[in-house]
Design a protein around this ligand. Structure first.
Ligand code: CA
Length: 662
């Protein structure tokens, strides 16, 4: 610190004391130490911001109940400290209203209305920053707006003070941020870790690096809060939560070791600039948590595409038949399977370039086209950041080679790719995701990411983004029995947490009873057939690559196959009917006039529920129910619903049920 600045700080402090003294005399509160408040349009969700001892803070309440106590704001940068020694400059209030259509997420039409508050603060050196708040009925989004600092037009944000101080009775539903450069061929972190559920806040994370977004908190009986972030692109890194320290979870940046140490862990930002939106979904029940659209409400499409994204169902041999199926004959078999099921796509997974070869791919791709099936091809992202041998490698990491490959894809009629194994949240990696999406859009190609980060608003920002894994996906059922044992438990978490804030390419609905090609070896599936069908509704992604195999056409219940032939992958609306993360969930999704009400049970006991479906506005009093019954083959049955507010259903342990009704 230079002496003129120190001198100025002292003068400001003296002036503050003087003003404070005067204000006490006059009985008024000086503007800079008064809380500045805003609330949602319905008035229930309130945000209050203040400066206490030079530190900016905010608090959140819902229906008069405290959700967040005074929690820190601000950051440290290479251009100064914007977290301490702060004073208030001004505030501005307004409203935001917008309507938009989006065919890849949980709702097709969204009306967003929020109250807006911008508070401008300055630090001891006179550097300014604003905090922008958008508060809608169940969602808060906030970010920092950083103007040019005089001659300074670029900044490195080294560390955020931004944090979340929940009341002490809060319990957490969290998944750990992985260590860097661990796992398969050193590809982590890739958001594939176990959850802790309903445990106290001081539970230490598995790797000591905190927890990933999204993060769910139960504030005792006072409410729920789902934390996440959105609008992250090549201009910032992706963030996560620190471990619980001194009563606070703080925004944390990537580890320097990620991506084999390449790229900086601290984001660089051009000024004027904005940080990503941090979001807090708040409610006194779980429905607004499962139904939120905040990740998409506050972002905009970043480019136009010549071709709208192509939602659809697909087969993929790799998931059950694994590496040995990466050959011409088996791929043709799965193209036939897709055609038999009436599916739009086949996903041709890793190894096609070596086992089939670039020279023979036109034959395979031509075969798919003849059958009316759209091929999607797998790529590794790598790269100089992991040890991946699955190929093709080194085709997606640099623009010259990437565009050449995309031209080849376009020339051969390939309209979609799956790019795997990213392993990091640094700004450099966000730029890679963005570059792949942007180049692919130029060639009319849709993109799925695997071994990847949580997409943060990308469904809307990048029109050709059609899926991201970022979850313990179906492949783990093949790899280890423990994932079969935990399948129902995980399924009850995703609608409230991971899949609420982003599409999730899970690759589910496996009807083989054993996790193998011969259906007679490998891990054992514990869940029922109706459970498997229910996950095709519960797990939302506009492109679904299901785990069905050719033998299922004859060996699985005919009603299950008939259901899977008709299942949609785009949705108009969503309603949470019942559930509790880790125990059970019943979720309704609407496609056109049809509601699909899907439930799964992770409890040890049969679950007897009286479903309140009155919010769905069903026209008739009849539906079709698919439910697991112990020891019996799955059969579709007619369901009479005398009272839509109390429809009795039973879901067996590890079982599922679906009601289809209009
Ligand atoms: Ca994976």
């Amino acid at each position: 610190m230079t002496s003129p600045n120190s001198h100025r700080t002292i003068i400001i402090m003296k002036m503050k004391k003087l003003i404070l003294g005067l204000s006490i005399l006059l009985g008024t509160t000086p503007a800079w130490c008064a809380p500045v408040e805003t609330a949602s349009p319905d008035g229930k969700l309130r945000v209050s911001t203040d400066i206490i001892g030079g530190k900016p803070v905010y608090s959140v309440s819902y229906n008069g109940k405290t959700i967040l106590e005074n929690s820190p704001l601000g950051f440290l940068s290479n251009e100064g400290d914007f977290s301490t020694g702060m004073s208030f400059v001004s505030s501005e209030k307004g409203t935001v209203s917008k309507s938009f259509d989006q065919d890849k997420i949980k709702k097709s039409h969204i009306d967003y209305n929020a109250n807006r508050l911008v508070t401008t603060l300055k630090n001891a050196k006179g550097g300014e920053v604003s905090v922008e708040w958008l508060v809608s009925d169940n969602d808060i989004a906030f970010r920092y707006l950083i103007p040019r600092q005089g001659e300074i037009g670029s900044m490195v944000v080294e560390k955020e003070a931004t944090g979340y101080r929940f009341p002490e009775q809060t319990t957490v539903f969290l998944t750990s941020q992985s260590d860097a450069m661990i796992g398969w061929k050193r590809t982590k972190p890739s958001y594939e870790e176990f959850y802790i559920t309903d445990v106290p806040m001081d539970t230490v994370s598995e790797f000591g690096h905190g927890y990933t977004f999204p993060a769910l908190f139960r504030v005792g009986d006072d409410g729920w809060a789902l934390l996440s972030e959105t609008g992250v692109d090549g201009y910032y890194c992706a963030s996560h939560l620190s471990d619980y320290t001194d009563g606070v979870y703080t925004i944390a940046y990537p580890m320097p070791e990620e991506n084999n140490g390449n790229g900086s862990a601290s984001p660089g930002i051009a000024l004027p600039g904005a940080t990503p939106w941090r979001t807090i979904t708040v409610a006194d029940n779980l429905a607004p948590i499962a139904e939120t659209t905040i990740p998409w409400n506050v972002v905009e499409p970043k480019y136009d595409v010549q071709h709208p994204a192509r939602p659809g169902r697909g087969t993929w041999s790799w998931i059950v038949w694994q590496d040995n199926s990466m050959n011409m004959e088996d791929q043709k078999t799965f193209i036939d399977l897709a055609a038999d099921l009436g599916y739009e796509n086949i996903l041709i997974d890793a190894g096609w370039d070596q086992n089939i070869g670039y020279d023979r791919m036109p034959e395979l791709l031509g075969y798919a086209r003849e059958k009316g099936v759209n091929p999607l091809l797998w790529y590794s992202s790598s790269g100089h950041w992991n040890d991946i041998v699955q190929s093709p490698t080194n085709k997606m990491d640099r623009p010259i080679v990437r565009k050449k490959e995309m031209q080849w894809l376009k020339d051969n009629g390939v309209q979609g790719i799956k790019v795997d194994f990213f392993g990091g949240d640094k700004q450099e990696t966000m730029r890679l995701y963005e570059d792949i999406l942007s180049d692919a859009a130029d060639y009319g190609i849709d993109v799925i990411f695997h071994g990847c980060t949580l997409p943060r608003g990308w469904e809307r920002m990048y029109p050709n983004h059609v899926g991201s894994e970022a979850v313990f996906a179906s492949e783990n059922l093949i790899f280890q029995q423990i994932f079969c044992d935990m399948e129902a438990f995980h399924a009850t978490l995703h609608p409230f947490i991971r899949n609420s804030v982003a599409i999730m390419e899970y690759g589910g609905t496996i009807l083989n009873h054993r996790m193998s090609r011969d259906n007679n070896s490998g891990n054992t599936r514990l869940t029922g057939d109706a459970f498997q069908l229910a996950t095709s509704i519960l797990f939302q992604n506009p492109v679904q690559n299901f785990g069905l195999t050719p033998n299922n056409l004859t060996e699985s219940p005919a009603d299950a196959i008939a259901f899977m032939k008709d299942v949609p992958t785009t949705w108009d609306d969503v309603k949470l009917i019942d559930g509790y993360p880790g125990r059970y969930v019943v979720l309704a999704r609407r496609h056109g006039d049809k509601w699909y009400i899907a439930g799964v049970n992770a409890l040890k006991e049969p679950l007897k529920l009286k479903l309140d479906l009155s919010s769905l506005g069903l026209k008739g009093d009849k539906g079709t129910i698919y439910a697991d019954v112990k020891g019996k083959e799955l059969k579709a049955k007619e369901l009479k619903m005398k009272k839509s507010s109390a429809v009795p259903v039973e879901i067996i342990p590890n079982g599922g049920m679906i009601i289809v009704a209009e």
